[in-house]
Design a protein around this ligand. Structure first.
Ligand code: TA6
Length: 306
């Protein structure tokens, strides 16, 4: 079932019998909680405001139409005036009538889906920052062990003169971990990556080994692709973790944790919060997609609790 809670600011999806739940803040269509049973799988800073006054530090912020500062990207034509990480994560989305809130997914598993919509027409002044009209539809589907998000990006310009819409998109997943000092990530071996702890443009390196051990050192790496079949986050000695799959049209994967020194400057991150999450972020974050008017690009990811 789907209910609106907290003064209709949050859409809550639940499977019967407390099997799983997810909370989606309409501000940014940000999944701020995903529970498998009673186990919370996403991180949410205790100091992040949820009243729409600032971007959310946690959950799954949606990054569109640019990842990071536009100035990080050489061929950022048309994106120069778009704010860091874009406009979707700080916009007020609408809850759409649900296709099938309670049903079965393609695999016959019990599922619940909520859909959200954002139109560029809902963003006053957007055309001074971003010239292309767009419609976004975001589906969040819960099954007993999975959370699937699908972002449908439509270039809705009806004017004949419109050049292809240029954009990036990414799910900025803040994944809860028992300790960010003893996690590991598998599935990215062999991929070149931009090490952004070494300046904004990053230095091209390739990881020597799998798994990548996160041991409390700062990490800010953009793995360039191709889209890996599976990325696995292991929590470390106590076992457990998450698996991530995504559509092949979003080949990059960002792995980020600020570590203690980076966290010191983040006023919306509670004390020690950097030890409680790893960001593993699939997306199109290197180079720009180009979408003809009337066309739709769909970016899907599935997180699975193991
Ligand atoms: O996803 C990695 C990153 O680009 C990091 O460089 C760090 O800045 C993070 O995003 C958080 O960005 P934000 O603007 O939400 O503080």
């Amino acid at each position: 079932p789907l209910t609106l809670v907290k003064n209709d600011s949050i859409a809550r999806l639940e499977l019967p019998g407390g099997k799983a739940s997810a909370d989606v803040l309409l501000y940014g269509a940000t999944v701020i909680s995903w529970k498998v049973g009673s186990a919370e799988k996403l991180f949410l800073s205790k100091k992040t405001p949820l009243d729409g006054s600032a971007a959310i530090r946690g959950g799954i912020p949606l990054v569109f139409p640019v990842f990071g500062p536009a100035s990080d990207h050489e061929d950022n034509e048309g994106l120069e005036n778009v704010p860091r990480h874009g406009v979707a994560r700080t916009a007020q989305w609408q809850l759409k009538q649900n296709k099938e809130v309670d049903g079965k997914n393609a695999q016959g598993q019990e599922s619940a889906t909520a859909s959200f919509a954002l139109s560029s027409q809902d963003l006053p002044g957007i055309d001074s920052k971003y010239q292309w009209p767009f419609e976004l539809v975001y589906d969040v589907t819960l099954t007993a062990k999975n959370l699937t998000t699908s972002l449908h990006i439509t270039h809705s310009s009806s004017s004949s003169a419109s050049a292809p819409m240029r954009f990036q998109c990414l799910c900025h997943n803040y994944l809860a971990v028992p300790s960010s000092l003893s996690c590991s990530v598998k599935g990215l071996v062999g991929q070149c990556y931009l090490d952004k702890t070494d300046g904004a443009k990053g230095k091209m390196l390739s990881p020597e080994k799998d798994p990548i051990i996160l041991n409390g050192q700062a990490s800010d790496a953009v793995y360039l692709g191709p889209a890996p079949d599976l990325v696995e986050l292991s929590y470390g000695s106590q076992g457990g973790g998450l698996q991530l799959t995504r559509s092949e049209n979003c080949p990059q994967t960002v792995v980020w944790n600020p570590a203690e020194e980076g966290a010191a400057g983040m006023k919306d991150l509670h004390e020690g919060g950097w030890k409680e999450y790893i960001c593993i972020e699939p997306g199109k974050a290197n180079g720009f997609e180009e979408l003809e008017k009337g066309q739709t690009f769909t970016f899907a990811q599935t997180l699975t609790a193991v």
